[in-house]
Ligand binder design. Structure first.
Ligand code: IPD
Length: 292
């Protein structure tokens, strides 16, 4: 099949960069992980809980994480820094140093996965000197591969991604996720944040059960903004590169610069939209990933 002009464009911007081999390996592993997850989706699962009754993990999360981390260790023996969701849940420290660091969510949307709701992804981010270099997110059930490399654009299955240019909240489709805490005070603020955006006449607020894929929809221009309290650096790392490379903005809910470890985010196609969302929100405190 002749490549489309967008595929050729992707090839052209590929060039040769210092982390190309890492990127290619991440793509291969995300695709392999996707096959495992797709097969496991319809099978019986062993489900356990982590920080709350809504924070789920299965044997497939562990299997996929082990596969990705062990393969990366084999391919890049000098890389010793891994931040991976399930290892962190078992007590591994979550610290971003200057060394090359892989940031992995083996199954994003585990609750969806458990219920066979087909919005499930694998996310692999890579940072060096605390700067995000690339992100790879595989929407396993739809076989969509989202990628972003710093300075080299963002793509989904070879098509270049471009965020929405909307600046008016009253014309916006906004995405969010609930987060794992379900105590009455947290839920009150969560619902009140949603209510504030609906009072501001946003066209809609959607919750799809996977932060990484919601962020990929934002990068694709299928939504105008995203916000969340209670997500983690492995939900955010890969998606942040993809959104930035698609022309979007990723900031802290305070309106300041993004802090990958702060468990909160606002992302939007435009700076104006991001600022409007940040102004509307009341904070839910989830602590920090690097202090757990
Ligand atoms: C979670 C999902 C969920 C979001 C949580 C994430 P997981 O990731 O993206 O939609 O609300 O904050 O941690 O546990 O399925 O990898």
């Amino acid at each position: 099949m002749k490549p489309s002009s967008e595929e050729e464009e992707e090839e052209a911007v590929r060039g040769v960069g210092p982390w190309d081999e890492c990127f290619e390996v991440a793509v291969q592993l995300a695709l392999r992980a996707g096959q495992i997850i797709r097969k496991a989706l319809t099978e019986e699962k062993q489900v356990s809980t982590k920080t709350s009754a809504a924070d789920l993990v299965t044997e497939t999360d562990h299997r996929v994480e082990d596969l990705i981390v062990s393969e990366l260790r084999k391919r890049f023996p000098s890389h010793s820094r891994f931040i991976a969701e399930e290892a962190t849940a078992s007590g591994a420290k979550c610290v971003l140093t200057h060394s090359p660091t892989w940031i992995i969510d083996p199954i994003d949307g585990t609750c969806n996965f458990v219920h066979r709701f087909p919005t499930v992804a694998v996310s692999i981010g890579f940072a060096v000197h605390q700067e995000l270099e690339f992100g790879v997110i595989h929407h396993c059930t739809e076989e969509r591969l989202y990628t972003g490399r710093r300075g080299r654009g963002a793509f989904c299955n070879g098509q270049r991604l471009q965020v929405s240019r909307e600046t008016d909240l009253a014309k916006a489709l906004v995405l969010t996720e609930i987060g794992p805490k379900r105590d009455p005070d947290t839920l009150k603020v969560f619902l009140s944040n949603m209510e504030r955006l609906l009072h501001a006449k946003a066209h809609g607020v959607r919750v799809i059960g996977s932060s990484t894929l919601a962020l990929c929809y934002l990068a694709s221009g299928a939504a105008d903004a995203y916000y969340q309290f209670g997500l983690h650096c492995w939900d955010l790392a890969a998606a942040t590169v993809i959104i930035r490379e698609a022309g979007g903005i990723v900031i802290d809910t305070s309106g300041g610069p993004l802090d990958l470890m702060s468990c909160r985010v606002v992302a939007a196609g435009t700076r104006e939209m991001a600022a409007l969302i940040a102004q509307a929100l009341q904070t839910i405190n989830y602590g920090r990933d690097d202090e757990k």
